[in-house]
Design a protein around this ligand. Sequence first.
Ligand code: SF4
Length: 347
Amino acid sequence: MTNQAIELLRSYDGPRFRIMEVCGTHTHEIFRQGVRNLLSPQIDLISGPGCPVCVTPVDYIDEAVMLALEHHAVICTFGDLVRIPGTKQSLAQARGNGAAVQVVYSPQDAAEYAKEHPDRQVVFLSVGFETTVPSSCIAVQNAIRWGLDNFSLLTANKTMPVAYEAMRDACDAYLYPGHVHAIIGTGLCEEMKDRGVSGVLAGFTARELVTALAVAVTKFRTGEPFFENCYPRVVKPEGNRAAVEMINRYMEPCDAQWRGLGVLPGSGLALRPEYAPFDARKKFDLPKLCGHANPACRCGDVLRGVCRPTDCKVFGTGCTPEHPVGACMVSGEGACSAWYLYGGVSL
Ligand code: SF4
């Protein structure tokens, strides 16, 4: 199948086919494994809004900096968020100004840090899609079990359904993110097909990616909306019910701001009111902030699929992984870092 699939992708000469790899891990794996080199010029891969760090707006970084510097909370976070520029400073720069910023590998690590440091307020930066939100919920569950009153979440969690709808005109089909749908199942993809939105679910190996792209091209030729699960070894129609129940127990939908996409109603997940003591915004009575990204940065356009990273005039010059100007160059799932690291352009 793979040789046939490669030949099909190489020789495709039909109408231009725009497929959006929603997931930042797909973006990186497609580059890293050389899949782009196998595609006919008529197949256009567009990076989408599936990197949770990239779509987190500047205001959120500003809130985290405020918690660290003005409320003297210990910020526990995954490493990528530390270097995302805020309006005035990143968390890394805030650390240089006295902020306590701990890099952790899971929300559970943050809850344990809080347990070991009862004299400090500890805030975990809960940024992610359906894939990672359950682990934030488990951390809250443990904090309750341990009787902690010094642990909270600063949430910027997001869910994909509204974003798929918002982005539907940017592409002809989605390469749906395998990780997210391993949690929520395939029902949404079937509904999207019924609403005229096409896509295939893909895994992350070269074989899985090539197969999924070949299936998408074949189905696209028919002219009918389609959905195919090309990652059935991991994604089941029903998803992971235990994880979904965990999310629903602790979180509820909220409006969420996405970098580049603006506020999408009902596209976020925030703690339910009964868990307000674990909601950092409520606990510290944070004001509504209005952050500003560097005006040279086109992350918003990159995330909407309206430009490539290389269309940004500071790509590879003023903005590099060592000196990032925008979130998409910092994150290990960001489109700009993928284009930079894997030679999307000759510099
Ligand atoms: Fe933003 Fe840098 Fe990407 Fe330009 S190259 S869009 S500044 S992250």
